[in-house]
Design a binder for this molecule. Structure first.
Ligand code: EPZ
Length: 386
């Protein structure tokens, strides 16, 4: 899972020992973190394409302001990890997909609640603390990144921290499990109240990252739009519940095993439906573009409400080039289903939008050419082979 990997790797910095993390996706975001860790003095080596060995015993530079860091949003986890262990950090503001403003005010509010001084000087976020003290923190907005970042910093604070209205995504549970393997004392990850009893020090650990619910969902939707029958394996079916329920509503057959889901759309009638993106366990916003591609060829009128990001419809213009009939009003997209899409030249406007272009192109008659596929490579390993 990309969004577990990009948090677990920074978390490994907190151990004064060796961590071995496997089942990592071999994607640009992970390679970017690999480079970053080596640049700040950590011995980070690829044991194989999917396994990193991270040895952060020697002294580490806590000023992380070079280009790699600006490329991806998850760089902000370096703040929480370095603040936890070294009580200071300077990190360049994160980049990442452009869905309008992507503030990190909740991250910084959490660090302040734990006793850190926080300053934002232009592009650089500086945090430091004499010591970190446990606190009770209520999240104004459910935020994956802020929940994880505060959990990182609280892990090595003195005393107990509770995070209320916490995000519950599977990757948050994964980070908490990894931290506990290193000796942290975290309870309640995956619920909306996470309790952390601070510890002095974390030791190294071996850890296997969970499967990626968004990658799995992408392939399930690709199977649906091609009227195929596909078994998506090595996944955790319960992580897919919101998507499976929607595909069943559309008329697609779903069969679940303990580590696979078979999507059978061979005789589906593709009825229109409506979706609302939500924090977990709701339908993930990261599957919204992919679902829009599928709904473009479902008979009738479908509606999408994007509740997480203020601007996540930039890809709609590209879908329209393929013949989709969609109008956008603020956070709502109205889709009139068409019989089938037709090939055209389109662009990936961001990571999941790129995945949506692939899904639409699998249905479109004739050839489709997708530009800017570098976005897709940020989050999908060898998507064309898979
Ligand atoms: C993570 O982003 C994911 N990225 C995103 O996936 C995903 O879309 C998002 O969670 C929601 O699931 C990574 O994990 C690296 P948030 P994150 O904080 O943590 C607002 C992908 O395709 N907010 O849960 O940045 C924010 O503006 C990427 O893999 C604040 O207002 O998302 C948004 O409206 C795209 N202040 C809402 O909360 C803050 O300090 C949820 O954002 C933080 C967030």
């Amino acid at each position: 899972a990309k969004n577990a990997a990009v948090a677990v790797i920074p978390a490994a910095i907190m151990a004064d020992g060796i961590c071995v993390i496997d089942n990592l996706p071999y994607i640009e975001d992970v390679r970017c973190l690999y480079t970053t860790l080596n640049k700040i003095g950590i011995e980070c080596t690829y044991e194989d394409k999917h396994t990193l060995k991270i040895d952060s015993v020697n002294d580490i530079c806590t000023k992380v302001t070079f280009d790699e860091v600006r490329k991806m949003r998850a760089s902000y986890y370096l703040l929480g990890a370095l603040l936890a262990r070294f009580k200071k950090a300077e990190v360049a503001m994160p980049g990442g997909c452009n869905f309008g403003t992507r503030p990190i005010d909740l991250h910084l509010k959490g660090f302040r609640a734990l006793g850190a001084q926080v300053e934002v000087n232009g592009e650089i976020v500086c945090v430091k603390a004499e010591k970190l003290k446990g606190a009770s923190i209520y999240m104004d907005t459910v935020s994956v990144g802020a929940t994880i970042n505060i959990m990182l910093a609280a892990t090595m604070a003195e005393g107990t921290t509770t995070i209320e209205n916490a995000a519950k995504e599977p990757h948050i549970v994964d980070v908490a499990n990894f931290l506990n393997m290193m000796g942290a004392k975290i309870k309640g990850a995956g619920t909306d109240v996470i309790k952390i009893v601070g510890v002095e020090h974390l030791h190294g650990a071996e850890y296997t990252i969970i499967p990626d619910q968004i990658e799995a969902g992408t392939y399930m939707i690709a199977a649906a739009i091609t009227k195929g029958r596909v078994k998506v394996q090595n996944i955790i079916p319960t992580h897919m519940d919101s998507l499976s329920a929607k595909l069943i509503e559309i008329g697609i057959n779903i069969e679940e095993g303990d580590d696979y889901i078979t999507v059978d759309a061979t005789d589906a009638d593709f009825k229109a439906t409506s979706i609302r993106t939500m924090a977990y366990p709701g339908l993930p916003t990261d599957l919204q573009p992919q679902m829009a591609a599928l709904l473009s060829v479902c008979e009738g009128t479908s509606m999408i409400t994007e509740n997480v990001w203020e601007k996540r419809y930039q890809y709609i213009d590209e879908l329209k080039k393929l013949g989709a009939k969609i109008t956008v009003e603020g956070r709502v997209a109205i889709i009139e289903g068409v019989k089938e899409l037709s090939g055209a030249t389109v662009e990936a406007t961001d990571l999941r939008a790129g995945a949506a272009m692939i899904i639409a192109a699998l249905n479109a008659r004739g050839e489709t050419v997708i530009g800017e596929v570098k976005y897709i490579d940020r989050g999908y390993e060898e998507v064309e082979n898979k």
